[in-house]
Design a protein around this ligand. Structure first.
Ligand SMILES: C[S@@+](CC[C@H](N)C(=O)[O-])C[C@H]1O[C@@H](n2cnc3c(N)ncnc32)[C@H](O)[C@@H]1O
Length: 255
């Protein structure tokens, strides 16, 4: 598998970075129960932007029908490894973006899940229409619900003075777009912690510089370096950065 390949904004390197962070975070433990409270234990799931499949696996019971839509090569490979390791025939993986699902005559599922995918699209209305066409019982979106600007999983690790003021679309933005076509969802807020381990200080600096406002300014560079020296925690595998996160689990019941 090549290590760098662009797929809908995600390179394999970015996907591998996300998967490593998820492994150290409590994302699945915290989000899984909140989603189950909204949708129960579905006997069939369509998981749009399934990633590693860890979240989908925390929701469905064994033997449930599970279709994962995941265009990124690294993530799709992870999903296939999961199937092999557990001798499972599920999930079935479609390696295409959700925008191309029209080509497939997919059978509907009780639940359609889009976790951390809606914040990446500029077209939430079409995503919503695809979800409602495919779901027989519930549509569930997991969306960012940070109060501070958040550009990604590690934004909360940086203090406000360093944070890039741009943000990915949060649940408020997304729900505003759906105002005329969707009922108000049930919303559950969940706090959790993202943890990213860097092999060394240089790797941590390089990544965090990409999230920092005005990084060309030497004063910002000094602040970032000082912040990292104060807050990175040494551990067995390298230096760990912790970022507090908040998500909104939005659930709609199909009529
Ligand atoms: C932030 S990750 C979330 C993964 C997983 N849902 C989770 O909650 O852990 C977003 C995922 O959406 C995938 N993705 C990006 N654009 C997509 C698209 N247009 N259609 C389907 N998946 C997409 C990415 O490859 C990535 O795996």
């Amino acid at each position: 598998m090549s290590s760098v390949r662009a797929t809908h904004g995600w390179t394999d390197a970015a996907a591998a970075f996300y998967a490593r962070g998820q492994q150290h975070s409590d994302y699945v433990e915290r989000l899984g129960p909140a989603i189950r409270r909204g949708v129960g234990r579905p006997t069939s799931l369509i998981d749009l932007g399934a990633g590693t499949g860890d979240l989908g696996a925390a929701i469905i019971p064994q033997g449930a029908r599970w279709l994962a839509v995941e265009p990124n090569g690294f993530m799709a490979e992870r999903l296939r490894q999961r199937m092999q390791a557990h001798d499972l025939s599920e999930p079935v993986v479609i390696t295409q973006p959700w925008e191309d699902l029209g080509e497939h005559n997919l059978p509907p599922a009780e639940v359609v899940l889009a976790a951390n995918l809606p914040g990446m699209t500029e077209d939430p209305v079409t995503l919503w229409q695809v979800c409602t066409r495919l779901a027989t019982r519930h549509v569930c979106w997991v969306c960012g619900a940070e109060i501070e600007p958040s550009l990604g999983c590690l934004s909360g690790f940086l203090p406000p003075v360093l944070r890039d003021p741009r943000r990915t679309y949060g649940y408020d933005f997304l729900l505003r777009h759906l105002r005329d076509i969707a009922p108000t969802p049930e919303i559950r807020f969940v706090t959790w912690t993202w943890r990213q381990v860097f092999p060394d200080f240089a790797a941590a600096y390089l990544h965090c510089a990409g999230l920092t406002a005005d990084i060309a300014d030497p004063a910002q560079q000094r602040r970032l370096e000082y912040h990292l020296r104060q807050h990175l925690v040494p551990g067995e595998h390298g230096l760990m950065a912790e970022s507090p996160r908040q998500s909104a689990v939005c659930t709609w019941r199909q009529r």
